[in-house]
Design a protein around this ligand. Sequence first.
Ligand SMILES: Cc1cc2nc3c(=O)[nH]c(=O)nc-3n(C[C@H](O)[C@H](O)[C@H](O)COP(=O)(O)OP(=O)(O)OC[C@H]3O[C@@H](n4cnc5c(N)ncnc54)[C@H](O)[C@@H]3O)c2cc1C
Length: 401
Amino acid sequence: MNFDYSDKVKELQKRLTEFMEQVVYPNEATYQQQLNEAPNRWTTPPIMEEMKAKARAAGLWNLFLPDSEYGAGLTNLEYAPLCEIMGRSFIAPEVFNCSAPDTGNMEVLVRYGTEEQKKKWLVPLLNGEIRSCFSMTEPHVASSDATNMETRIERDGDEYVINGRKWWSSGAGDPRCKIAIVMGRSNPSAPRHEQHSMILVPLDTPGVKILRHLPVFGYDHAPHGHAEIEFDNVRVPASNIIWGEGKGFAIAQGRLGPGRIHHCMRLIGAAERALELMCKRVKERVTFGKPLAEQGVIQEWIADSRIEIEQARLLTLKAAYMMDKVGNKVARKEIAMIKVVAPNMALRVLDRAIQAFGAAGVSEDFPLAAQWANARTLRLADGPDEVHRAAIAKLELKAHS
Ligand SMILES: Cc1cc2nc3c(=O)[nH]c(=O)nc-3n(C[C@H](O)[C@H](O)[C@H](O)COP(=O)(O)OP(=O)(O)OC[C@H]3O[C@@H](n4cnc5c(N)ncnc54)[C@H](O)[C@@H]3O)c2cc1C
């Protein structure tokens, strides 16, 4: 593997970094202020649409999509350092139309959608005009084993009828969220991994009820949010099924590989920013007669953070490289490994930065506490660590059988 980034990537890194410095970081506080001052937090702060227009005009748009007909045509390896830069700010991925779960949903539509589905849903998503959510997890079953999913998708004439309860559907709080990709059981008597389908459900369909928004450690993540949704006799045209009945797991494998390694890339950016903030802070603050930066323990935190970030970045790049070269299936061990490594690394780095900041670290004046809460969710939201470890161990044991 060549560790050097191509000229194309270096140029995009430079432009993205400049955009972050000139547009994104200076508007982080404005975004929060507009959200806090709005009569209702489930609205889009106007500054977001302003930043999106600028990013699009600058050609920094849909960089995540490897498909060159619709997106930037970058490989996973090329996208990794760019996604890392976006991960430095909570609001940045959306500014560049590169945020979850839209990215994964758009990839599903590019790969498996019909022409009609692409026209109706993919095009407005690519244009950043609407947003989407992905509804797989259910409150009543252990959803880390997706075969447990109970929501029913049943054919009735020219329609499918959907009944069930989902939760943690991220993004469903946003008023611009118009479409859900819902996974449920359509063929209960088929083999275990052919029982489920994915189907497009417009959120304004009668019977779709958003019951509540689930905060994360007290953060509402508005206007995006994580919703509990009831699907009560929801009827959609039969043409809304994606790829075909029983293809849910086949699609999930395509979706969850690349879509979810993006979280790892962003976490590296979040950890980099935390380390940068920590270094600046400990040079400024003086205790017991000398700057914090001169305390051995703080230097150890800084050194360990640098070591761990570099390790995680190299493994992310290796996973991305393998996905490009040998495909997601052969790269599944590397994908699983980085999904364990990245959030745990980010949590350690963020925790050290919080400690070095003192009480300010847990406040909302700096992004550390919110980033820590987010990184902690990714030990679950990206599939629990234990499930990834089980997959790694299985492959390792098989290799030595
Ligand atoms: C912030 C956030 C956003 C999310 N966004 C979405 C979304 O947009 N769409 C969506 O569908 N879902 C989303 N999720 C849900 C997430 O994907 C699930 O929480 C996850 O898959 C785990 O499912 P579960 O919560 O039902 O845990 P369970 O399946 O009940 O598992 C509980 C625990 O059991 C342990 N465990 C499970 N399997 C094993 C094993 N094989 N070996 C050892 N231990 C094991 C793990 O410790 C695990 O945490 C989100 C979650 C969060 C927190």
